[in-house]
Design a protein around this ligand. Sequence first.
Ligand SMILES: Cc1cc2nc3c(=O)[nH]c(=O)nc-3n(C[C@H](O)[C@H](O)[C@H](O)COP(=O)(O)O)c2cc1C
Length: 338
Amino acid sequence: MNPLMERLGLRVPVIQAPMAGGPTTPELVAAVSQAGGLGSLGAAYLTPAQLREAGEGVRSRTARPFAVNLFVPEPPPPVTEAEVTAAVADLAPLYAELGLPPPTLPERVQEDFGAQVEAVLELRPAVFSFTFGRLGTAELASLHAAGILVMGTATGVEEARALAADGVDAVVAQGGAAGGHRGGWWHDERADTLALTRAVAQAISLPVIAAGGLMDAADVRAALNAGASLAQCGTAFLRAAEAGTSRPYRAALATAQPGQTTLTRAFSGRTARGLANRVTAEVRHPLPYPLQNALTRDLRTAAAKAGRAEFLSLWAGEGAHRGQEGSAAQLLAGLWPD
Ligand SMILES: Cc1cc2nc3c(=O)[nH]c(=O)nc-3n(C[C@H](O)[C@H](O)[C@H](O)COP(=O)(O)O)c2cc1C
């Protein structure tokens, strides 16, 4: 038991990582929290109304604390018409294979972050976590005023120092093995998770949460020994019965081999780790985030329906081949058997 666990009332020092895009259903989040860990709702792609509904869905299943997570936006970068044409040309043959016309950029490429934060303030989860950047002073102050514990994501020591200086309550140290998007905005060290955890724990005087490639009880124990207060595990929960992971995604995870993940910008324009497939191999001219994300959305939706894993973003950490099936409570017990 450490001060962060005590403050949150956790029995298990494990956060089920927020995973935007479907996996972190209210059922999964609630099951992890109910079993003594901290479930997190990946709400980045949800409208404020969907965020409220998902949060209420967690609350209707458990009275225990949970987290809500958002992506801090950057202004969409300017792109030339030639860049858009090249990105569409890369994707058009893949869309055609699913019987769809080439994609076009929608008007709206990301949710209204301010409105999402408002929804979080109304919902008042125990924890708000964020990635991709830093919060504004006013946002941080209103979250604190609502009694919400705030966690930011750092991919290197300098980012961790910046978040600490901003006034967050805890820092997630995301090592290079982590599945999903790289959370950094400044100096992504892509370091070994335990080495990064040690370095961040020495550099700041806040609780540190280790993330990246932590797949079993020995990994979680090692993260705590390296100075972490909690371990944040994403890939380990992707095949949970309660997760919203699509059928073809689950099938790809079930046969994942060591070394099969890759870092790619092909799906969203932002570097992320997932299982290599045709999109990671064939898309050569992605637009910057969030434009590429908008451009590939219909492809991913259609591919999930058609069971075509070669067109899906199969986000997963380097430990993907060590993942297991089971209920969320069973998977949590595998990460912390005590
Ligand atoms: C499918 C997937 C989606 C993710 N989505 C988010 C997200 O929405 N917000 C976030 O802060 N981190 C996200 N992450 C990163 C996790 O917070 C965490 O850093 C990562 O899962 C740790 O590595 P592991 O997958 O090897 O356990 C995601 C990871 C995965 C695998």
